[in-house]
Ligand binder design. Structure first.
Ligand code: NAI
Ligand code: SOE
Length: 379
């Protein structure tokens, strides 16, 4: 098989996750790293054994030998970088959220389709084996008709007034913080697992810190305590949100929070149907709780030899050999690159159209909060 040449743009938390996961993908070579300075790019490139480094992502677009790019930069740069990459004929794997607005997300979705290029959105959390098991069981009818969908995405890393990150700045992050940043993962997973679409939402968003202490030197994701001088900065995006939602006849409720003490990456998805229920937690991802009305409840432990055949394809290690967050990236990228190697294959990963879908849900959540009313989500 011909080798595929790729580049990673952004060398923060996600840039390093992408670089690491890419080393586990067969037939793919990372040939360039782009950062905000040549020095930063060189440091990351050296660490991951990548030959070329640049402080200007446009260099990647100018190199016709590069087939694909990963975009792992803050949200405001996704649109210009993805647009330039598609225009340069490159396949794109972009971090979530896809863009700053639905209009941008629609434009990227249309451009990728017009150029017939592969486009993936990094909703990697779908790729935990036990999430796939929940989906496969739902598809096989194990839970009957889905009545209730509920859960949360709870973190604590923005609990203090002194906690800061670019996600707080709407010019960089967009008009929403927690709903865009982590609520979108919840809804992507909920729709993927249930096969249902969110049809209407009623949202309430809350800013607990109307001002935050912005460090003069900035702060990277999950970097911990702020040190040094700070400036009091007005906050306009939510620390917490709750959304009631309809998925056709099914009813649901979710919360998203970056101020829930003790919860580090607490995504929980629960689905309840006419025949049974299931609950999955990201903080214990190898387990799937199964609920029964007339029999003892069960906890299924990941073991590919015992999983549904489809779900087993998302597990590379035997039972008792835990697979976690980095493995979800590997599973996603593997499928993305397989679809580049075989351009006739049907993509089996989230695409830009799924990013557009999340932007539409987000627009409805923001409109609902603003109007204090239910808002329909367009199909
Ligand atoms: P970060 O702040 O840790 O890293 C961002 C990096 O991008 C920084 O090193 C910054 O210098 C660099 N950068 C900014 N503008 C750039 C440009 N024009 N060219 C090259 N580099 C540039 O942020 P983090 O957490 O890595 O987030 C990046 C993206 O990944 C965000 O869109 C975020 O929503 C997404 N994300 C997704 C996760 C997932 O599980 N799928 C997890 C964490 C973040
Ligand atoms: C920060 O809230 C963050 O890194 C998100 O940006 C990711 O998408 C999520 O997976 C983990 O938390």
């Amino acid at each position: 098989m011909e080798r595929i040449r790729t580049a990673v743009i952004g060398t923060g938390f996600m840039g390093r996750v992408h670089l690491e996961a890419l080393r586990r993908i067969e037939h793919v070579d990372v040939v360039e790293v782009a950062a905000t300075s040549a020095e930063k790019a060189r440091a990351a490139a050296a660490g991951y054994n990548v030959l070329n480094a640049t402080g200007d992502w446009q260099d990647v677009m100018r190199d016709p030998s590069i087939d694909a790019v990963h975009i792992a930069t803050p949200n405001d740069s996704h649109f210009p970088i993805a647009k330039a990459a598609l225009e340069a004929g490159k396949h794109v794997l972009c971090e979530k959220p896809l863009a700053m607005s639905s209009a941008q997300a629609q434009a990227l979705t249309d451009l990728a389709a017009a150029k017939k290029l592969r486009n993936a959105l990094c909703h990697n959390l779908r790729f935990y084996p036990m999430v796939q098991q929940m989906r496969a069981m739902r598809e096989a009818g194990a839970f009957g008709e889905i009545l209730v969908v509920q859960g949360t995405y709870s973190q604590d890393w923005m609990l203090y007034e002194t906690d800061w990150n670019w996600r707080v700045d709407p010019k960089v992050s967009g008009p929403s913080r927690v709903m865009a940043d982590i609520g979108s993962h919840f809804f992507d997973m909920a729709e993927h697992v249930t096969g249902l679409k969110v049809s209407a939402v009623c949202s309430d968003l809350q800013i607990f810190w109307p001002t935050r202490k912005q460090p003069k030197g900035g702060g990277e994701t999950f970097s911990g305590k702020t040190v040094g001088e700070t400036i009091d900065t007005k906050i306009v995006t939510e620390d917490f949100g709750t959304t009631l939602f309809h998925m056709g006849k099914a009813r649901g409720a979710m919360t998203a929070s970056q101020v829930s003490a003790g919860r580090k990456n607490g995504l929980v998805l629960e689905i309840y149907g006419t025949k049974g229920g299931a609950s999955w937690r990201q903080e214990a991802p190898e387990e799937l709780w199964l609920g029964h009305r007339d029999a003892p409840n069960q906890v299924l432990m990941k073991d590919p030899s015992l999983l549904d055949r489809h779900a087993a394809a998302f597990a590379d290690y035997p039972g008792g050999h835990a697979e976690g967050y980095p493995d979800t990236h590997k599973q996603l990228y593997r499928r993305f690159y397989a679809s580049i190697a075989d351009l006739s294959a049907k993509p089996d990963y989230p695409q830009f159209v799924d990013g557009l879908r999340q932007m539409k849900i987000l627009d409805a959540e923001l409109a609902s909060h603003e109007s204090r009313a239910w808002v329909d989500v367009p199909a």
